[in-house]
Structures are given as structure tokens and as C-alpha cells.
Design a protein around this ligand. Sequence first.
Ligand SMILES: Cc1cc2nc3c(=O)[nH]c(=O)nc-3n(C[C@H](O)[C@H](O)[C@H](O)COP(=O)(O)OP(=O)(O)OC[C@H]3O[C@@H](n4cnc5c(N)ncnc54)[C@H](O)[C@@H]3O)c2cc1C
Length: 395
Amino acid sequence: MTRPDLIVIGGGPAGASIAALAALRGARTVLIEKDRFPRDKVCGEFLSPEGCAVLARLGLLDALIAKGAMPMDACLLADAKGRSVEAPLPDLPRAGRTAFGISRAVLDETLLNHAASCGVTVREHVVAIRPLLEAGRVTGVTTRPANAGGGDEEVGATLVIAADGRRSMLQRALHPAIGDPLTTSPTSWFGFKAHFPDRTRGLSRRIELYVFDGGYAGLGPVEGGRLDLALIARVDALSACGNSPQRLFEERMLQNPLLAERLRSDPHCSPWKTIGPLRFNVRTPASHGAIFLGDAAGTIDPFSGEGMSNALRSAELAFPFVIDALASGGLTPASARAWSSVWRGAFAPVTRRARLFGRIFQYPRPASLAMSLLRLPHGARWLPSLVAATRTGVV
Ligand SMILES: Cc1cc2nc3c(=O)[nH]c(=O)nc-3n(C[C@H](O)[C@H](O)[C@H](O)COP(=O)(O)OP(=O)(O)OC[C@H]3O[C@@H](n4cnc5c(N)ncnc54)[C@H](O)[C@@H]3O)c2cc1C
């Protein structure tokens, strides 16, 4: 293979979009993705208006709407007693208030196909297993076929971008002190998702958040007449239900009369998909001459509904630094500092706020208090501010 200018690890929203942008500028770009698309993923599949704005700029939003993306412009928050409060989504400057629900199978495949059509060499079912390091700088990666057939390969490039998600191989290799993300602690979270038949006609264009003892769930419409139910649960809540997402759903979530009404007695139409343990934190957006994007730079609590938008937007914000690094023969220390400061300014405060709100709503007492305040006369007007506080508004 000809030596590429740029290696991108990971073909999710962050990786596919930065690879497409770089290739359109003429960079020889290789994207390494361990899965084969389309593939399902645990996610609420709620694409906030900020992310929709990026997709519109990439020329993909209309195609996703044509594929059945479902619009949402209001949110509803319900607690375990079935009390609820509803409000329009915040109308953020330049992003508007319309979000879309689209499955990760369709969204991620559309983005990856777009990258390939822009000239990116996409290598699916290939895992980046370790970085190549020279004088403390990342100069490439060693890859391995995901199906164990074939040998390891070393690929060098001017710049390596890690967009390999919350368990980023590159973050762990360069910063072993961050620990093993697969270690479960008493405060660990697990994530689950299932699709249900939609008998609500698109949930009246709402995204709904359901708080229960030990976690919370998001319910939103996606293409194909389905509702996506994605939840995160503390490990103690999960173990109290025999580590079964179906029991957690039946014993804790369906106690909520509103959610029970939405899903009626439907058996869920897809098997539960599980991930975890999860950690929500800010990491390093640049180090050892490499750039980190999306969840690899910092993982936001899904309470915000901003993870995919942050991933897409981080790619756009990084683009000038990528072009500069390719022209300069690598990421200079000054550029690394400047990119880190841009990333932190855009995403660090909101990542911390989302974690705080996520924690408030995982415990019945603070959640109940927050709900009582929101249900006071005029209290509902605080709901958009609460939601907006967990959004970057960076468009
Ligand atoms: C329960 C839950 C619900 C969520 N709900 C929402 C929501 O409703 N809206 C929202 O915006 N966000 C949501 N998120 C967050 C969202 O899923 C992530 O923030 C988003 O996927 C990050 O995009 P990314 O491109 O950075 O990483 P990812 O989408 O994780 O993509 C990383 C890619 O890298 C690949 N990869 C990983 N390691 C390697 C390797 N070593 N070699 C090659 N390839 C590799 C992976 O296969 C993957 O395709 C939710 C998260 C959870 C846990």
C-alpha cells in the first residue's frame, strides 16, 4: 500500500467525517474500522440539531431524511411515579430546534459510504492493535484482520487520528494510567438498547426521558416505524435484577405508567444489545503527535443526547489543525496545544455538566425533587434550559 498522509482509526461519526473532509482536500487517507458496516450500536439514536447542522454541511442530511429519519422538536421528562413535564427543545442559535432519530446502522453506514465516495480507503473488519512510536511520536499503527485470518501489518502516515470511541486503543496505549475501561466498580454504568414497534406515530415529535431507580432511559422514534429505547443503569440496579436487561425493563421501567402506555405489552422487537462498563469523562484531545476526536477525546453522559453531535463537530473543528499538520509534516507542539484548547473550550464544560445532571437523575430523591421543581407553575420553562445546559450549542 502507498504510504498514506493520514490514518484515521474508527469509522463512527467522528472518524468517517474527518476522513471525508481530509480526503476532499486531497489527503491520501486510510480509515481503519474493526467492524463491518452496517452494524447496530447501543445508542439513543437521537441526533441533536447541532449534529444535524454538521450533516447538512456534509451534504448528507437530506439523504438521511429520505431514508426515514424522524423529526423531534420537543422533550418530555418523566419520573418513576409517572409525573412528567414537557417543553419544546431549546432553539439554539444557528442550530434551530429540530433533532432527528435515525438508527446507527443507517447513519454510520451513510457516513462511511460518503467517506469512501470522497476518496478515503476504508478498511473494514481490521483492528488497529497498537501505535507505532518513534521518538515519542505516533508515526502509524499496527493492524490485524478482525477475523484472525492474515498477519499483522504496519502502516505509517504523517498524522494519526484516533476516533476509536470511548475505549480508544490509542488513549490506553499512550496513557496507561487511565486504567482498564472494562473494570467494573460499584459506580459503573451499563448501557442497553432495543427497538420496539412504534404505535405512537413518531411520539408526537418528542424525545422522552424516563427516570427510574438506578438509571434513566431515552425513548425516541427512528426510521422503519420503530422506537429506540436506550437506557443506562447503575451496576447495583442491574445486579438487583439478576443482570438481566429484560428484568430491569419489566421490574423497574415498566412501573412508569407513561412508558408502559407507550410500549404497551409489546415484546421488544429486537434483542437487548448491551455495552459497559461505561465511564463519562474528559481525556486528552492531542498527545504524542496524534489527534483524538469524538468519544476518544471525551465521553459525554447520554443524558445530553450530544455524543454523536460532539463527535461530528469535533471533526469539523479539528479539520484546520489536520490540514496544517499534513502541510507541516506532522502535528507541531503549538498546534497540539491550540487544538486541545479549542476542544476543551467546546466540549469539556458540557461533558462535566452532563455528568452532573445524569447523576442527579439516577437517584430517586434528587430526581423527584428536580421533577417537583419543574412541575411548579412556570417550572416547565426551566426544562429547555436544563436540556440546553448539557448541549454545546457549538455549530
Ligand atoms: C446508552 C447510550 C445512549 C446514547 N445515546 C445517544 C444519543 O441518543 N445521541 C447521541 O448523540 N449520542 C448518544 N450516545 C453517545 C454516542 O453513542 C457516542 O458519543 C458516539 O457514538 C461517539 O462517536 P465516535 O465516532 O466518537 O465513536 P463511535 O461511534 O464509538 O465509533 C468508534 C468506531 O471505532 C471503531 N473502533 C474502535 N476501536 C477500534 C480499533 N482498535 N481499530 C479499529 N476500529 C476501532 C468502532 O468499531 C467504532 O465503529 C449514547 C451512548 C450510550 C452509551
